[in-house]
Design a protein around this ligand. Structure first.
Ligand code: AMP
Ligand code: GLY
Length: 415
């Protein structure tokens, strides 16, 4: 079977790596991919992820059997629809169903209608209404822009002054735009990937935990994710069961009921509050860097799971009896402005590193993005996996990267 992965980052690197291990898969192609993927896949950086016609032509030429779409943008832009309309099998939701990630308001409304636990919210369309709302709301308040923002469209404001400045940032010079205020949920965050085909929802029986803030001790701005680990020993199987019952199953049914045919991974981003798990966000795709740690731990065949799901089977995931910790090295300055073109060396092109922001310049790799490379550690438990991950980090040579020193500390009861 020939499989085409769409996307350029570490998540797609892990998808290509995992798919390449499948006995069902003959050849993995990646568009656009990055040069670190060349040992496991045929990489086509000359085609862009937004070039839907180019992707379609390529899939036809190479007799591709399945297309696996990694990132949200092509899903929201309808790449899955175009490929399906031309007879290709696609792992990833169509444009309509991808709204569950593309619009916070869409997600909020469907959760409200079907009583899926989430933070209370208030939608405003005008800056002046936003400013009025914060006069009487409780703090902290969470301010979110509708639409995609790569994990960076959320500000948690502790005071009315902070909320005012958040509104300034969200609206800029505009008077009208959709902004959502949410009550602040307190508790631990976790991510649960769920395979969904219509009303069939099969969650991974392995939770991952991301680290969204840029700096140690959850300080600094929100990012796409600075590191992740799995399993999460202090979040029990009961929580997983409850998340399945109160979130995964009802949202799959709700989507279908509302006329949205979701096929792919639904990412449930939740907070474990004292009243149980509540949704912070849904994504229409694998998390990054959650995918890298989860797929490293997955024992069973990803391609087989995708085929099972397509056939409406309740597929059974199997996991290695080990813990995985991934530590992200990012360009200094990320998630704000950062420089590109700095040399990075010391890593091998194997399953110990998943690359998101590097490109080849002559014989060396140089930075080309904000998040650059995820070092993967493995061990019998989270403690050993963490040590292994930081050892892999220490092998990387670069003056222009930074990373968090506390990835997975929550599992070890460390600050
Ligand atoms: P989102 O883009 O919606 O995932 O939000 C980014 C991050 O902001 C989340 O991972 C949380 O850390 C935080 N966040 C978002 N919504 C809430 C909320 N209602 N309560 C507490 N934290 C939140
Ligand atoms: N790591 C969070 C995300 O992929 O949205």
């Amino acid at each position: 079977m020939n499989v085409l992965v769409i996307g350029a980052g570490g998540r797609e690197h892990a998808l290509a790596y995992k798919l390449n291990q499948s006995n069902l898969v003959k050849q993995v192609f990646v568009i656009p991919g990055n040069e670190a993927m060349t040992p496991i896949a045929e990489v086509h950086t000359e085609i862009s992820e937004s070039d839907h016609q180019g992707i379609l032509d390529f899939a036809k030429q190479q007799n591709v059997d399945w297309v696996v779409i990694g990132p949200e943008q092509p899903l929201i832009d309808g790449l899955a629809d175009i490929l399906r309309a031309n007879g290709f099998k696609v792992f990833g939701p169509n444009k309509q169903a991808a709204q569950i990630e593309g619009s916070k308001l869409f997600a909020k409304k469907i959760m409200e209608k079907y009583n899926i636990p989430t933070a209370d919210y208030k939608e405003v369309e005008r800056k002046k209404d936003a400013l009025t709302y914060i006069e009487n709301c409780e703090f902290p308040v969470v301010v979110k822009k509708d639409g995609l923002a790569a994990g960076k469209g959320v500000i948690i404001a502790d005071t009315i002054e902070a909320a005012r400045s958040a509104i300034e940032i969200m609206y800029g010079d505009e008077e009208e735009d959709t902004v959502v205020f949410e009550t602040f949920l307190e508790g631990e965050e976790f991510s649960l990937m769920t395979f969904v085909n219509g009303e069939l929802a099969v969650p991974f029986d392995c939770i991952a935990q991301d680290h969204k803030r840029a700096f140690d001790h959850d300080e600094g701005p929100n990012t796409g994710g600075m590191g992740a680990y799995c399993p999460v020993p202090h979040i029990s199987d009961d929580v997983l069961k409850l998340t399945n019952e109160t979130i995964a199953q009802p949202i799959a049914k709700a989507m279908l009921n509302e006329g949205y045919q979701f096929f792919g991974v639904l990412y449930i981003g939740a907070i474990l509050t004292k009243d149980g798990p509540k949704v912070i966000e849904f994504n229409a795709r694998f998390g990054d860097p959650e995918a890298q740690v989860l797929l490293s731990r997955m024992e069973s065949d990803l391609m087989q799971h995708i085929i099972d799901l397509d056939e409406g089977k309740r597929t059974e995931f199997k996991w290695k009896n080990e813990a995985i910790v991934g530590v992200m090295l990012a360009s200094k300055g990320y998630p704000d402005a950062y420089e590109k073109g700095h040399k990075v060396s010391g890593f091998d092109l194997n399953e110990n590193y998943f690359v998101s922001g590097l490109k080849k310049q002559g014989d060396t790799f140089v930075t080309s993005g904000g998040r650059v490379i995820l070092a993967i550690g493995k061990g019998d438990n989270v403690h050993d996996a963490q040590r292994d991950a930081y050892e892999k980090v220490s092998q990387i040579q670069s003056d222009h990267l930074f990373y968090r020193h506390d990835i997975a500390n929550k599992a070890l009861q460390l600050k």
